[in-house]
Ligand binder design. Sequence first.
Ligand code: SF4
Length: 886
Amino acid sequence: MTAAAIATAELVVDGARGRVVDVPAIAGAALARLPVVLRLLLENVARCATGTERDAAVAALLAWPDTGTSDAEIAFQPGRVLMHDTTSTPALVDIAAMRDALAEAGADPARLDPTLPVDVSVDHSLAVEVHARPDAATVNLVHEMRRNRERYAFLKWAQQALGNVRIHPPGTGIMHTIHLEQLATVVATEERDGETWFVPDTMVGTDSHTPMVGGIGVLGWGVGGLEAQTVMFGMPTTLRIPDVIGVRLVGALPPGVLATDLALTVTHRLRAIGVAGEFVEFFGPGAARLDAGERAVVANMAPEYGATTGFFAVDAHTLDYLRATGRPEALLRRVKAVTKRIGVWFDPDASPRYTRTVTIDLASVGMHVAGPQRPQDLLPLGGTKAALAQLGFAPASRDATLPRHPVAIAAITSCTNTSDPRLLVAAGLVARNARRRGMRVPPWVKTSLAPGSPAAAEYLRRAGLLDDLAAVGFDIVGYGCTTCIGNPGPLPEAIRAAQRAGSVRAVAAISGNRNFPGRIHPDLDLAFLMSPPLVVAFALAGDAERDLANDAVALAGDGEPVHLHALLPSEDELAQHVRAAADPADYARAFAEASRNPAWRALAAPASPRFPWRAESTILRRPPYASLAREHGSQLGRYVAHPLLVVGDDVTTDHISPASAIPPESLVADFLVERGDERTDLNVFASRRGNWEVMLRAAFHNKSLVNLLRPRLPIAHTVHAPSGEVLPLWQAAERYRAAGEAVVLVAGERYGTGSSRDWAAKGQRLLGIRAVLAASFERIHRSNLVGMGIVPLRLPAGVHPRTMAIAPGDRIEIDAAPERLVPRGPVPVRLLRGDGRVESWTATAAVETAHEIELLRAGGVLPAILRRELNHNDDDHHHRQELTTP
Ligand code: SF4
């Protein structure tokens, strides 16, 4: 086994020699039965792991097709890391703080430097301050630079101080679009032991939509910032060999049905069968008929369909995409030769073994919207009225000027649905037809177009569609996440007034991927997801209850009703415009132009190896947990704790650590105003993730989150049991800490679902929470809890916070002694009631690997990295990949 596990072969492409892992030789007869994603994991462990660990991992992967599942752990070593500005800021702040800790321990701080390439896209902070005007993108960028100046200067410091960190400034686009168009190589080269290797391009990203790049055959998925830090410092990430759901696609999409419709359908189907953390691989003859742009849309929505990643193997469409985005022909030849040689080239007739298989007939997919509160709630095009009726909104007063459910925001937004040119060109053609008919968007609709990349402006301009889009209010507002991440800017005044009066319940119509209440705007709890052309149609309608399948969208300038079919382009028309508008040179040119952002260049940044923290900063503070101090070490042990919070099901990371606007009338706002900030310009929580004091106070600050410890507690408050006082969480936590008393959190199902933000775990660590007991955990949040040294415990079946009736004065005894804790092992728990009753059960450690146990023993990722750096050995560092990126 040992010899076979390291079988390699030499390949010559364009005269260049490179070594590859000979996956077919290692796998033998098992190759055809292995899903492609597992072949890529096999290649990775065969190349990167060593000794018995490698042999065991290879053996377990080869045995996987026998059962279609495995309990074995493997160490995955991705080639690079992708981050965005809001997840990278806390990670880079941690690195800055760790450099301080090393210096204080007498070591050279500069030696703490990522060993893998790290790309950071500054995309998440752009807000739609102004819209529907030609200079909207410029004005919004000025606002963004002004509001984020200090944080962006910090990112520039990181770029200068850290050798392997590359920052893509504001205006260059959305991370996953940049990734597809600029960064991904599909096959990279790597130098090891004096020899060039051709290796599959693999990565992790600190964002749950990282799998978008699986549309072009790059294996990657979203991880928390802490896991990313582990990886960027050369440690592998360990995972159980994943279950793999095979989605067999047959047939072909009907004319007029777009990739968004397919992605929403896949989301609905896979959620219905309960996908929860598996890898999803698309295969079959239908997959062969999708182009790479369409595949990327479907792969992007992996978190919405519950998967860790969504993946399409490389084929001729992948090469077409690389060519269309301006990649050199030499790269295409390398991709083709290497993927074929190592057995990961797509075969539409192949039918590997999967854990489960689902078949979707593309011909059965129609035009859809999804919502209004969950992406998996798929509706037929005309289904919005019935869906809204189910919510039973009864207006408190009448407003004759607005419909009951006005479209307040119509946003062509998100990497998901602005990266495939077909989607934006289709929207442009709807706008053109509407303009020709003299149609206007009602004044209460806030329209915006925020493409994932500046290349979109080039092809839309070439197609003559930019003016048409602008004529109906869809001027480009910038190149960033905007509405998708909850930065749509202020709602129209008419909507705000009517909502205050209770006469309307406004709705967003967006081409985003998520719509849970508050995601888009704190004052909007309804949003329909849809393709960009439908966003334009709903903007024209202005009424979210309008049945676009049967009724007129709106009136033309001459008063004639106009139906949707009169606005939508034909399949031929769409294809023709996409073809005519395409120019592969756009991608590099527009990206290079945007990268020269003069405001970014002018930003002054410190040049020292250690970051000079400013004592008065309300943006960047040195966090206490990036430390070797004992108090920040292991939280394991046997102890009795007070429940700080008891929460129900589906608590998201947005609930735990909000990203949206800081409410001006809140304790967090008071804290910042006391330190000199303007109450009217506090920016969003996400922009404060470099300031642990703010994020501690922001923890659980969400008006829809209920602390079940006692009825009607204010937002982010708890009962401090010893005194009986109701206090803000952080104050109660501080009192418990001062008294040397432990606290824990109890939660229901799917705790920590939603975005991958590690601040959700950091906030809990700062609150002193030693363990989270939950009915179930979302994958990334569970891993982030471990990363912060907090032990996640799964409650036994039948035990749930809603039935436990935990009250102030009850305490919880946990026996999580470090020497007894094993992956998925039993953990005795006793609920000590205030009246003396005792209930005992056995929880399960939601800890997946021995490596995670080690992290918990160290107190989390950061102390583990620090200890490793103190015992630094150059040989430990992994080989670097050379990426053919700009
Ligand atoms: S899904 Fe939305 S928030 Fe996330 S990267 Fe894409 S555009 Fe940005």
